[in-house]
Design a protein around this ligand. Structure first.
Ligand code: ATP
Ligand code: MG
Length: 295
């Protein structure tokens, strides 16, 4: 099952990705988290900061080449890693990554892990690429991994880059649930409307759900309910004293200290993800359509 947290800058994508990931580790199933933002924050929230180095980033050139070569496998039609497109789907020659065997997988050297929580970092700009590359280039290997990742019996969680960027590549089409974080502000509702429009165009409207974050009172709730259709709405995540304290102390997350109402919302997200987990064929057909369009 796969979920991505998306939304406006500062809406709470990283916070909710981290909390949700920690929450589902209780299931004992493997949890694979991708930090796909330019500003890498998840290692700190998980208490992993000391164990991370840029040579583990999956967009690091050498790491990317190793992963792509592995995924291509013996495919006679793909002579060079550059021919592995972001829309190339697995076939009988290629290799996959199984979320249940991460410790022996091609990703093993690039994961930071604690028990069943595994974190992969896409990576930020390398100094020598400043001014001559865009972040979308870094994301291709992540798209390749998602195309070849078997995750029916586990959780894949992604902290995405801000805004509607996911529609510039295949990322909007890669998830069972796109959880759009909305704040009780007009700007945030505008982002929701834009996302809704793109999701309809991109054939992922049924995958788009909304979480209202930083809710303080009834008037915030009413504002959200006026603008978000019920069938797309997961629920309210309240303004949290605990999270404010985390920000002040830079400590790592401890779910047992989170307010019980907010923990209930994490449960609701899990329920929505489980109810909406798609057949892999549905996802592959979206990616194939993009492949036919792009390549
Ligand atoms: N429910 C909440 N209660 C209190 N503070 C919150 C809540 N949700 C998020 N925050 C705070 O809001 C700030 C932004 O959150 P976060 O970094 O998760 O947003 P983001 O969408 O990932 O931002 P960016 O677009 O910069 O990546 C952080 O300081 C975070 O601690
Ligand atoms: Mg963030």
């Amino acid at each position: 099952m796969r979920i991505a947290f998306v939304g406006k800058g500062g809406s709470g994508k990283t916070t909710l990705s981290a909390l949700f990931s920690k929450h589902v580790t209780n299931t004992q199933k493997p949890v694979l988290v991708f930090d796909a933002d330019l500003n890498i924050h998840l290692p700190e929230l998980f208490g992993f900061k000391e164990s991370v180095s840029p040579d583990m980033y999956i967009s690091n050139n050498e790491v990317t080449a190793t992963i792509k070569k592995y995924l291509i496998g013996n495919n006679p039609n793909i002579k060079d890693i550059i021919d592995l497109r972001k829309t190339t789907l697995p076939n009988e020659y290629s290799n996959s990554i199984d979320i249940n065997n991460l410790d022996t997988s091609i990703l093993k050297d690039y994961l930071v892990k604690k028990d069943n929580l595994n974190l992969a970092i896409v990576g930020t700009y390398e100094d020598e690429r400043i001014g001559k590359s865009c972040y979308h280039g870094n994301l291709v290997v992540f798209e390749n991994i998602l195309n070849h990742l078997v995750d029916t019996d586990g959780y894949v969680v992604t902290d995405m880059v801000a805004g509607v960027d996911a529609f510039a590549n295949t990322l909007h089409a890669q998830f069972d649930v796109l959880a759009l974080i909305v704040e009780p502000t007009k700007r945030s509702i505008e982002v929701f409307e834009h996302y809704n429009h793109l999701a309809k165009e991109g054939g992922v409207y049924k995958n788009l759900f909304v979480i209202a974050n930083k809710i303080r009172n009834e008037s915030d709730k009413n504002f959200i309910l006026e603008h978000i259709p019920e069938k797309q709405f997961i629920g309210f995540f309240n303004e949290s004293e605990y999270l404010r304290e985390i920000e002040r102390t830079s400590s790592s997350l401890d779910i047992s200290k989170l307010e019980s109402e907010n923990v209930k919302l994490l449960d609701k997200i899990k329920e929505v993800l489980e109810t909406n987990a798609e057949d892999t064929k549905d996802r592959f057909s979206r990616i194939q359509k993009l492949h036919n369009k792009i390549v």
